[in-house]
Design a protein around this ligand. Structure first.
Ligand code: KG4
Ligand code: ZN
Length: 463
């Protein structure tokens, strides 16, 4: 059992402390503190530590010989970590010849940061540090998916829960705004409860709450924003509003590391943009679609040829079986950094109509292959052209359409040839998810972006 220091254990504590070093004393105050480990009411171990504002230093840790290797040291350190939950880091010194202790601290996440010469008489000490973990609970409800995720230190996905409305969307051939909003209202508490259960965490463990504030469907966004606002208010934690597009970009920082300067090809259901970043959380739009997004073109073409919603994955699947045999116009094949995808949708409508009039059957797989080749080609061509113009060696793909197999494959081939580093995330982070919102929130928080309870949604929010 671990308890805070009590005076009645003073003599025994000093007796144990002297086994560590002669000048051990039990003079504790509001900064220098001590936790005791009792076994059957007998003091068998202790830890002393200092918490000074944002820093925590472990001073002494001792366990009686016969109680070692039972996890008591780990329990004591974990208890200190809980008490130091507002600190940025925990440090300690260890004798550089005590390899058992060094391994033990390493196993708990401490890392070597400096050497202290002659710290123990003639022997040196290693200064070790454990950075405090930073937990973000992120909520994403911008479209038809109710999703919450727990993100540690902006990177580790500790668990995510996502409730999709895809069955409902499929029966309506797309997202119906009012139905989506109402579904989010039902699902949001389920998702949050499941997330806490799955990650074995409590709301009190969370450092900040993050939420997508836009762009997206207003009714859907409102559900997430209200939930996050309420949580931040009740648990008195900062609230971080995240732009959905920043989330898509930071999906690439979960499994990989963004290296600047970089060029983002952001292709989703609502957006098609080329964005330049020269540092974290700094976005400069250099080009974009003048009409439909590429995701919209996929979904609309799928509808024309009788494929279910969402059309992107369906077309991608069939295109891989078919051959590029149909002639379709190359959309906005010019020297600008802009795109246009409404023409190709009309071209597909005309093609289907003309073939039907001629009494010809449409080869769906081939049509999918032709459509896919043409749109992916122009996306790649304009991205590479711009990267070369700007002399940028890092490209990242983001947004739902970045799940596309041809885009990934062809872009990788050309980047390899041009000596450009390409990053794309695994599929679960490409389409809408809350983990990407948590990953972006980590950097937004560093940039002092936060909101109070007057936060509102912004359905047309720009980056
Ligand atoms: O990013 P996202 O999940 O939601 C928005 O923010 O819009 O993107 C959804 C879009 C849909 O248009 C969907 O058809 C498309 O991404 N998509 C794909 C693929 N998977 C999803 N498009 C082409 N190929 C895919 N494999
Ligand atoms: Zn999205």
């Amino acid at each position: 059992m671990i308890i805070d220091y009590e005076l009645k254990y003073k003599d025994k504590l000093i007796e144990l402390g002297k086994k560590l070093h002669d000048n051990f004393n039990a003079g504790f105050n509001e900064y220098t503190r001590c936790l005791l480990y009792l076994s059957n009411n007998t003091l068998v171990g202790f830890i002393t530590f200092k918490i000074m504002y944002e820093k925590c230093e472990i001073e002494d840790i001792y366990i009686e010989e016969e109680y070692r290797r039972q996890g008591i040291g780990k329990k004591l350190l974990e208890e200190v970590e809980k008490k130091a939950n507002k600190c940025e880091n925990i440090t300690l010194e260890v004798n550089e010849n005590n390899s058992v202790a060094i391994k033990f601290y390493e196993s708990l996440g401490f890392k070597f940061i400096a050497k202290r010469n002659n710290y123990y008489g003639k022997e040196d000490a290693l200064l070790m540090e454990k950075k405090k973990d930073f937990y973000i609970l992120a909520i994403e409800t911008s479209c038809d998916e109710t999703s919450a995720s727990m993100v540690k230190n902006g990177k580790a996905d500790l668990g995510a829960v996502i409730l999709s409305q895809i069955d409902i969307d499929m029966s309506y051939g797309g997202v119906v705004q009012e139905i989506a909003r109402s579904k989010h209202t039902t699902n949001i508490t389920i998702v949050l409860e499941e997330l806490l259960e799955k990650t074995n965490m409590k709301m009190n463990d969370i450092d900040v709450f993050a939420v997508t504030s836009g762009p997206g469907l207003n009714g859907s966004l409102l559900v997430g924003v209200e939930a996050a606002k309420t949580l931040a208010y009740i648990y008195k934690k900062p609230l971080i509003p995240v732009n959905h597009l920043a989330g898509h970009i930071y999906a690439n920082n979960i499994e990989n590391e963004l290296i600047f300067p970089l060029l983002v090809l952001l292709v989703s259901g609502g957006h098609t943009e080329l964005i330049h970043m020269d540092k974290h959380y700094s976005f400069k739009k250099l080009g974009g679609t003048l009409d439909d997004s590429v995701g919209e073109a996929y979904d609309k073409v799928a509808r024309i040829i009788g494929l279910p919603y969402p059309g992107g994955p369906e077309i991608d699947k069939l295109a891989n079986i078919g051959k590029h045999t149909y002639i379709l116009p190359i959309p906005k094949d010019d020297n600008t950094n802009d795109f246009s995808f409404s023409g190709i949708k009309s071209a597909v409508i005309n093609l289907v109509h003309n073939e039907k009039q001629r009494g010809n059957d449409i080869n769906i797989e081939n049509l999918c292959a032709s459509f896919q080749e043409v749109v992916i080609d122009i996306l790649i061509k304009k991205t590479i052209k711009l990267a070369k113009e700007l002399n940028i060696n890092n490209i990242i793909l983001s947004g739902g359409v970045s799940a596309n197999s041809l885009l990934r494959k062809n872009m990788k081939e050309i980047c390899d040839k041009e000596n450009i580093d390409l990053i794309y995330s695994s599929l679960k982070y490409s389409t809408d998810n809350a983990t990407m919102i948590g990953a972006a929130a980590y950097y937004a928080y560093k940039e002092n972006i936060s909101a109070n309870s007057s936060l509102n949604t912004n359905p047309n929010q720009k980056l």
